[in-house]
Each structure stands twice: as structure tokens, then as C-alpha cells.
Design a protein around this ligand. Structure first.
Ligand code: NAD
Ligand code: LMR
Length: 370
């Protein structure tokens, strides 16, 4: 059995968190021989901390063999301490009539403070995945705080769009979803993103040959993927959660599986004409567990280039919106020192440490985990 890895989940008592933690504990993210310690962060509010305890009780009740410990906390320094993976979910979801970019003002600042704390306390091997919307720009914000961790370690999730796009193409072609290949997402996790059907394959043949209705591909398929989040929000009254958690499982699973090519929003180096320094979806190939290289080999048509320009311009606009925010805000959470004794955020914690805890400041003390 391998040494357990520490996986931090923010917003662990939220809708995505509730659909995510159990699947990680079951081994679906890191594999059936990789034990995990879940370090779960929630807001310092009684209600959310209570809900987090409920999640932990249910995790206990599953008796997952790979779950070697849990840390429950309202302190980012405890949550991110020595973490190999930091899954940044905790943030506000949009409501009906909103675009994801409307969340920037509320959510952007979360990623300033969390980026700083992660850089300070996470493991040397830390990888960070941003799910909280607008995830591309939030990821850029978090990465800009880092002095120790390289920016390639910060990725944002566009995998839900890839999964959605595969299913829509498969349904149109009347084939299983496994028949779809090389369908990657470029740009922002927003209606402007480009699901590149021009290079996609269906059973090894060009998707544009199997689905010869080009008008459907351009005017039905693309907007469908771009607006799928809003469609789900309207139907459920809540934003997607189980499918988002599933996409995050896929995102990380494929990032720890060498050889996998998949859609990830990464720091642009100018590939595909994305502006340098924004975080844009594109295909990457996993090289070693947690590391990747951008797949630069797809030749883009004028149609594809025009689509990429639109989503690139939107990302530049988001970067412009947060220009003032970056570097100007104080962290949202109290900056307690690790092992510090006096902080409002440390009140009420259980003082004995369980075997999972890097400190005695965890809120959860299950006897079985001490
Ligand atoms: P939710 O409201 O159900 O849960 C969010 C949780 O985060 C809450 O429990 C809240 O208390 C917690 N939280 C808020 N701020 C926090 C902070 N600073 N630190 C720690 N925890 C914090 O929302 P949800 O449905 O789980 O969605 C979470 C985010 O994920 C939203 O921003 C949503 O838009 C985004 N999302 C992204 C994708 C994607 O594909 N990238 C898909 C779906 C949802
Ligand atoms: C999604 O794509 O479902 C999420 O980003 C949630 C949303 O606000 O659309």
C-alpha cells in the first residue's frame, strides 16, 4: 500500500463537495491502491461547520479502506498544510440570469487569500485545481499569489465541457460516448468556449464526416455546450454538482495518468494564439503524475481561430476586471500562524490530534481516526 496523500477540498460541505468527497475516498480519483487523507475546509460559520461534520460522519459510515484520515477545519492553513492536491471548489455559485463572470467580484478575492496560503503551507509537490467560477480567471488569481509553487501547478476545470460535448456528439451520431475521441475544449469555461469538433473523431473517422450537418455543429452543438450550465441551473434551480464533481474526478485522474490527453485550462504560453498569462482550456498530455505538456499539434482553421479569438478576448476582459483586485486585498481569513495559539478562527477546536492531522487544530475528532 502506498503512503497516504493529503487532499484538500474547499467548500467540502457544499453541493459539489458532497458529490466529490465520497468518490475520492472510494479511490476513483487516485486509484484503488492510493490511500488519502481528506483535509476539508468550510466557512467559519456554525451551520457550515455542522454540515461538514455531517459529511465526515457519513464518510466514516462508508468504511472506505482508502480513507486514512480526515481533517475538518475553517482555517485554510490547516486545510492546505502539506496537501499534495488542493481542490478549490468553495465559492459562490451563480443564480438564474447570471453569467459566471458576474461572480468575479465575490469569488475572486477568495482565490487571493487561498493562493497565498497554499503557496505558504501546501506540500512541495502541490497541485491546485480551481473549480469555483469563473474558474479560469480565479485560477490565474490564485497562481499569481504563488512565489514558491510554479504556475504550471495551477489548473482550472474545463473537463465538464469536454464531457458534455462528447455526450452530445455521441447522441447525435447514435454511438456510445466511448466512440468519441480528440474532442477538446479551448478557452474559457463560459458560453464563449470552443468545443473543437473540427478535429474530433467518431469511431476513428472525422466527426465532420460522420455528422455532415455542419450547420448543426456550428449553431446547435456549440451553443448547447456553452449554455449547458445555465440549462441545468434552470432545470434544477441549482448549478450542476454531481456532473461537476465527476468532471473533477476525471480532471485529476487523467492528470495523474501518464499518456492521457485531455482538456485542461492552463497558463497560456501563446499556444493556439491565446494571450500569454491567461488561463485557457486546451489539450494537454500528462507526462508524469501531476505534470503535463500542452499538445500544440492541432492546425486551426479560420473558423476555429475566430472562435478562439472570441474566448481569448473574454478572458482578457476578465483579467482587466480583476486588475485592481490582484495584490490589493487582505486575505479573507484570519492569518493565524500554524501552531499559533491565539486566533478567533481556532476557538472551539478539538485539542487532541487525530492521526490525520498535521496539527491539533482540527475540528473533528473521530476516535477511530485518532
Ligand atoms: P455550494 O454553494 O453548494 O457550495 C459551496 C460551498 O463552499 C459552501 O458550502 C460554502 O460554505 C463554501 N465556501 C464558500 N466560500 C468559501 C471559502 N472562502 N472557503 C471555503 N469554503 C467556502 O456551491 P457548489 O454548487 O458546490 O459550487 C461551488 C463552485 O463551483 C461555484 O463557484 C460554482 O459556480 C462552481 N462550479 C464550477 C464548475 C466548473 O465546471 N468549473 C461546475 C459547477 C460548479
Ligand atoms: C456549469 O457549467 O454547470 C457550472 O459552471 C455552473 C454554472 O454556473 O453554469
Amino acid at each position: 500500500m502506498k503512503t497516504p496523500i493529503r487532499v484538500a477540498i474547499t467548500g467540502a460541505a457544499g453541493n459539489i463537495g458532497y458529490a466529490l468527497a465520497f468518490r475520492i475516498a472510494a479511490g476513483q480519483m487516485f486509484g484503488p491502491d492510493q490511500p488519502v487523507i481528506l483535509q476539508m475546509l468550510e466557512l467559519p460559520l456554525e451551520k457550515t461547520q455542522q454540515a461538514l461534520k455531517g459529511v465526515a460522519m457519513e464518510l466514516d459510515d462508508c468504511a472506505f479502506p482508502l480513507l486514512h484520515g480526515m481533517v475538518l477545519t475553517d482555517d485554510p492553513k490547516v486545510a492546505f498544510r502539506d496537501a499534495s492536491w488542493c481542490l478549490l471548489v468553495g465559492s459562490k455559485p451563480r443564480g438564474p440570469g447570471m453569467e459566471r463572470a458576474d461572480l468575479l467580484k465575490d469569488n475572486g478575492k477568495i482565490f487571493i487569500s487561498q493562493g497565498q496560503v497554499i503557496d505558504e503551507v501546501a506540500g512541495d509537490d502541490a497541485r491546485i485545481v480551481v473549480v469555483g467560477n469563473p474558474c479560469n480567471t480565479n485560477c490565474m488569481i490564485a497562481a499569481l499569489q504563488a512565489k514558491r509553487l510554479p504556475r504550471e501547478r495551477f489548473t482550472a476545470m474545463v473537463r465538464l465541457d469536454e464531457n458534455r460535448a462528447k455526450t452530445q456528439l455521441a447522441q447525435k451520431a447514435g454511438v456510445p460516448v466511448t466512440a468519441i475521441d480528440e474532442l477538446y475544449i479551448y478557452g474559457n469555461h463560459s458560453p464563449t468556449m470552443f468545443a473543437d469538433f473540427t478535429h474530433a473523431k467518431i469511431d476513428g473517422k472525422p466527426a465532420t464526416e460522420v455528422i455532415s450537418d455542419r450547420e448543426w455543429l456550428e449553431t446547435t452543438f456549440l451553443p448547447k455546450i456553452g449554455k449547458r450550465g445555465a440549462e441545468i441551473l434552470n432545470a434544477r434551480g441549482l448549478s450542476s454538482a454531481a456532473s461537476a464533481a465527476s468532471a473533477l474526478i476525471d480532471h485529476v485522474h487523467d492528470l495523474v495518468t501518464p499518456g492521457k490527453v485531455h482538456s485542461v485550462a492552463v497558463a497560456s504560453d501563446g499556444s493556439y494564439d491565446f494571450s500569454e498569462g491567461i488561463w485557457a482550456g486546451m489539450p494537454v498530455r500528462t507526462t508524469t503524475p501531476g505534470s503535463y505538456e500542452i499538445v500544440r499539434s492541432y492546425e486551426m482553421s479560420d473558423f476555429a481561430k475566430a472562435k478562439i479569438k472570441i474566448t481569448n478576448d473574454e478572458l482578457l476582459g476578465e483579467r482587466e476586471t480583476v486588475k485592481e483586485l490582484i495584490g490589493s486585498l487582505l486575505p479573507l481569513f484570519p492569518r493565524v500562524t500554524y501552531r499559533g495559539r491565539t486566533s478567533p478562527a481556532s476557538r472551539g477546536r478539538v485539542s487532541s490530534s487525530c492521526r490525520a492531522c498535521p496539527s491539533s487544530r482540527c475540528l473533528y475528532s473521530s476516535p477511530s481516526r485518532r
